[in-house]
Design a protein around this ligand. Structure first.
Ligand code: 2NE
Length: 284
């Protein structure tokens, strides 16, 4: 695809491209690339801040139907939190846009944002997806991996862990025993094993990674965006507890606002009259 830079960032790239360059369909695909290959795309606070901003851009763009999350280069998708930016309490970003010099765990917000983004998010994994980088792909809706991809946890090796989505959602994906193995032993798993375990959706040759990922995105771009949105909310409703149910409930409210019945309530309030709800059918 012909990716066009759509915003200026330091640690990441945000690009979008027409989903169907041959004009055989509409809409755009967004791609967010962590661009710190010298540290295997580890994220510092500024990186996470920029990713949050980029995901917001993708969410707000009515043309964008699917978001791809990637790492720069063939060696790594993401190696997790930048250990050089790790202070004595959280990750410290003197270069961060937000509070400077204060230990943070901002990636929590990013995980929630990916889970709640009302558009599918696809992790495109080449090389290492380890530590907090592994959690990022777990949070994405789908994962397409290159044959050189390596998955695993390192958290307990470096005095860290993610008992949130990084453990609970992982366990939904591969089962409790395997999720515990991944976290308790900190081994590395190749792409074939990841596919066998249901940790990824597809494995392709590294040279074909983007082409295949785009194909998956194009398939989704041909489908009803609101149906996909509600499906995502439905999948997460139980997993995310009350917050998941709230998302699904508010999505139905968004649809309900489009009905004459809901609009009658609004109009009656504005016109200072009793709403005439009796004219609406009490559907079975
Ligand atoms: C990723 C991995 C396996 C790659 O190994 P290799 O041999 O291909 O590369 P190398 O030489 O280890 O790394 C290349 C450069 O990248 C830096 C390295 O220090 C090295 O720098 P130089 O020696 O060239 O100066 N680098 C790699 N990962 C980094 C990182 N995360 N932070 C800072 N610099 C990093 C291998 O590099 C590796 O195992 N990396 C560490 C993975 C890790 O432990 N990540 C943090 C886990 S904790 C976490 O992410 C987390 C969490 O658990 C919960 C919440 C939030 C975050």
């Amino acid at each position: 695809l012909a990716w066009e830079g759509a915003a200026d960032f330091t640690d990441i790239r945000y690009e979008t491209a027409a989903a169907f360059p041959d004009g055989d369909g509409g809409g755009r695909i967004a791609k967010i690339t962590i661009a710190r290959p010298e540290v295997r795309n580890a994220f510092r606070p500024k990186t996470v801040e920029e990713m949050i901003e980029a995901f917001t851009l993708a969410r707000e763009d009515p043309e964008v139907g699917v978001v791809v999350l990637a790492g720069e280069g063939p060696l790594a998708f993401c190696s997790g939190g930048d250990q050089r930016a790790r202070g004595d309490s959280g990750y410290v970003g003197d270069d961060a846009v937000g509070q400077k010099g204060v230990g943070r765990f901002l990636v929590t917000d990013l995980h929630v944002q990916i889970r709640r983004l009302p558009k599918p998010v696809v992790a495109m994994v080449a090389g290492y997806a380890v530590g907090g980088g592994h959690v990022l792909h777990v949070c994405c809706d789908l994962t397409i991996a290159a044959d050189n991809a390596t998955f695993g946890q390192t958290g307990p090796k470096v005095g860290s862990f993610d008992g949130g989505f990084g453990a609970s959602v992982l366990a939904r994906q591969v089962g409790q025993k395997r999720a515990k193995e991944i976290w308790f032993l900190c081994r590395q798993y190749d792409a074939a094993k990841a596919l066998d375990w249901g940790l990824v959706n597809e494995v392709v040759a590294l040279e074909e990674l983007e082409e295949e990922t785009v194909r998956w995105c194009q398939d989704m771009m041909r489908l009803s965006p609101f149906a996909l949105r509600l499906l995502k909310a439905g999948f997460h409703a139980e997993e995310d507890g009350l917050a998941g149910i709230q998302q699904l409930a508010h999505d139905t409210n968004l649809l309900f606002y489009g009905s004459e019945e809901a609009q009658e309530g609004r109009d009656a309030f504005k016109e200072k009259r009793r709403p005439e709800f009796e004219r609406f059918p009490k559907r079975p």
